[in-house]
Design a binder for this molecule. Sequence first.
Ligand code: ZN
Ligand code: ZN
Length: 344
Amino acid sequence: MNQLTLSTDLISRDIQPVKSQRKPAARAYLDKRVTKSQSENKRTRSQRARERLRTKEHLAQLAVGLGEVELAHKIERCHSRLSVLTCGRHIARIIPNFTCEFRLCPDCGRRRSRRLQNKYLPAMGAFMLHNKVTPVHLVLTQTHRKESRKQSVKRIRDAFTKLQRREFWKEHFKGGTWSLEFTKDKNGLHHTHLHIIGFRRRFFDTELLRSEWLAVTGDSHVLHLKPILDLAAGLREVVKYVSKPLDIRRFGAADLKEFLGLKNMRMFGTFGEFREFCKDFEPSDNDAAAIGELESLARDLVEGCACPQCNQPLFDLRMSGKELPQFYEQVESSPPGEVRKSSH
Ligand SMILES: [Zn+2]
Ligand SMILES: [Zn+2]
């Protein structure tokens, strides 16, 4: 472990759900949090790990092309050596040698969105209980114009600020979170969307909200609104844009250049009464148990501990980041009950 930088949040989410002896606090919105995302996501972990490697290669190449050699080097180094705690059939924890913290890095993005989920999920659950509000996922869009990404972001955020000042909004919403999603169309126009988890005080007709949005934007009325039945899944859906703000496959050198110019732009935030609530919120033991059970469990694991899933001893496997997809594959194809040791 000597050359490894240990950090408390470098925990693999790839650990599968463990039946807990301790019953988490009974809260309808916090249930099924891990199992659901895994069943929903059809790609295997090895496929996703391969995609992350490809994205990083692509980013590093673009950076070299722009003369950003140091950035390219950091991206290449990030997660290049791993310490994997495994029983041979399950991966309990992955500790990388180095993290680049570059905003478009998919490995660092995963960690960032995990941190946001751990931070905000307990606060959201508590806020809902205190205020008798229900969460909705609202996507606000705007018309496309010839403008820079920065201008596009400013335009939609300004409109949202205006929306929040309106009586209709105040009557029906009690704050929430926002995050930004960027896309670009075939014509190279920026599309910026605001994904909002809004805590709704009472029901309203979506058409009314549409006309409010039109009133503040002047020309945009397109929005989507859906109830959030599972808060954890809803939060995961909006924070994924923090880790993946745009489709990297269509991302060229000019995009990277523009993105580097946006260094300090916020991608996620809270607003309204929820914002105030978060300032004073300290999770209670129950909140922590409901949310962080797997996290805290994985965080304490070291070589020699029992695998949380099968009770076999964990050993520390060193590998390069490039070997991880293959290792996932091996783990995915292991028949249950049989412990297979890797030859690494
Ligand atoms: Zn990174
Ligand atoms: Zn195991």
